[in-house]
Design a protein around this ligand. Structure first.
Ligand code: FES
Length: 116
């Protein structure tokens, strides 16, 4: 029996793009990014002032490969969620535990302790 919640089809997520999705039970949004073959997903809430990091307008990615909150410019490592600069002030994104299954991406455990 499969456990978890299907979030999106892997084919929807292109490199230097993002996919946003609703997190069941939490009424929060998540977003996922792809770097090469690596897929990472985070709660779409910035640790600075709890606004969405990814607003879905295609401006998430910076030319240097970091991702940037569109509200006030906090910058994060897309592979780790670590704060790389700006008003996140060392606080990382909240990661989601995901798994790829036959071309689909699934949320496999509850959201960990939020960083906001
Ligand atoms: S809410 Fe993200 S930088 Fe301020």
């Amino acid at each position: 029996m499969e456990t978890g919640v299907k979030l999106f089809a892997l084919s929807e997520l292109r490199e230097r793009d993002s996919v946003r999705f609703v997190l069941p039970d939490l009424r929060l949004e998540g977003f996922a990014v792809r770097v090469g073959e690596a897929v990472r997903a985070y709660v779409n809430v910035c640790p600075h002032r709890t606004q969405p990091v990814d607003v879905g307008d295609g401006r998430l990615w910076l030319p240097n490969g970091e991702i940037e909150c569109q509200a006030h410019g906090a910058r994060f490592d897309p592979l780790t969620g670590e704060c790389r600069g700006g008003p996140c002030d060392g606080r990382p994104l909240t990661p989601l535990t995901i798994e790829e299954r036959d071309g689909e991406v699934w949320l496999t455990s509850a959201v960990s302790e939020p960083h906001w």
